[in-house]
Unconditional design. Structure first.
Ligand SMILES: C[S@@+](CC[C@H](N)C(=O)[O-])C[C@H]1O[C@@H](n2cnc3c(N)ncnc32)[C@H](O)[C@@H]1O
Length: 227
């Protein structure tokens, strides 16, 4: 499914979110600036898709540290998505085709993990969080940006109508990828609430968990630290 979506993925992100997705990814980048400002920090963007988060991380790192910064590693298990990422990212960026649930790096080998709009798709949330905790070095951080469900009365109803009736129709038609954008809507519907994800992160051994709802709760950013 992700392979079929890849050619029009960026276009649909901008179109369906009215470019708010760019703001969300930048918000994530700002939230982890203290790690990005360390030139030797090992940064891993999982479920990187066509590389927009990795690109935002690279730019912020370049701004903070200059070219001495260690390149970001961007990873996804879908080759067509990685091909899209390759066209955007600087040649130094490490691209790795791998499953985020069983990542081929040793324990404690990463200082920052980011996952934007990919976590919801993983088969087992607890196992995925344990895998992230395994990969993180002590004091390493993980930042998860994901869709959520707005709760603000009035806005929630209008958004629900857009998300369930309008978005899947446009997404399915423009992507030409069957009912991929109906899947998006269903997967957000059954995803954890921000509070539940916070608890799952704690259970996986992560600490200092905090979350911030973005754009009236349409998406949510969680950040946590491995002790
Ligand atoms: C909705 S896209 C998000 C892409 C990108 N992070 C962004 O912000 O636009 C979700 C991505 O997660 C990837 N993905 C889903 N499950 C995965 C897994 N188990 N391991 C690696 N990548 C996975 C898909 O291939 C897809 O590229």
């Amino acid at each position: 499914m992700f392979g079929r979506v890849a050619p029009r993925y960026d276009l649909l992100n901008r179109l369906l979110s009215g470019r708010v997705d760019v703001y969300w990814r930048n918000r994530l980048t700002k939230a982890v600036r203290s790690t990005l400002s360390q030139p030797q920090a090992r940064v891993l963007d999982l479920c990187c898709g066509t590389g927009d988060v990795a690109l935002a991380l690279e730019r912020e790192r370049m701004r903070l540290c200059g070219p001495v910064a260690r390149p970001v590693i961007a990873s996804d298990f879908c080759r067509p998505m990685l091909d899209g990422a390759q066209r955007k990212l600087r040649t130094a960026t490490g691209l790795l085709e791998a499953d985020a649930m069983r990542f081929p790096l040793p324990d404690a080998s990463v200082d920052l993990i980011t996952v934007a709009f990919g976590f919801r798709n993983l088969a087992n949330y607890s196992a995925a969080l344990e895998e992230f905790a395994r990969l993180l070095a002590p004091n390493g951080r993980v930042a998860i940006l994901e869709f959520s469900q707005p709760t603000l009365p009035g806005f929630a109803q209008v958004f629900d109508l857009y998300f369930k009736q309008v978005l899947p129709r446009i997404g399915n038609a423009v992507s030409g990828a069957g009912d991929a954008y109906s899947y998006l809507q269903r997967s957000v519907d059954r995803f954890l609430t921000p509070e539940e994800l916070g608890v799952a992160m704690q259970r996986a051994g992560l600490r200092d968990v905090f979350f911030e709802r973005l754009t009236f709760g349409v998406s949510c950013l969680h950040v946590a630290r491995r002790p």
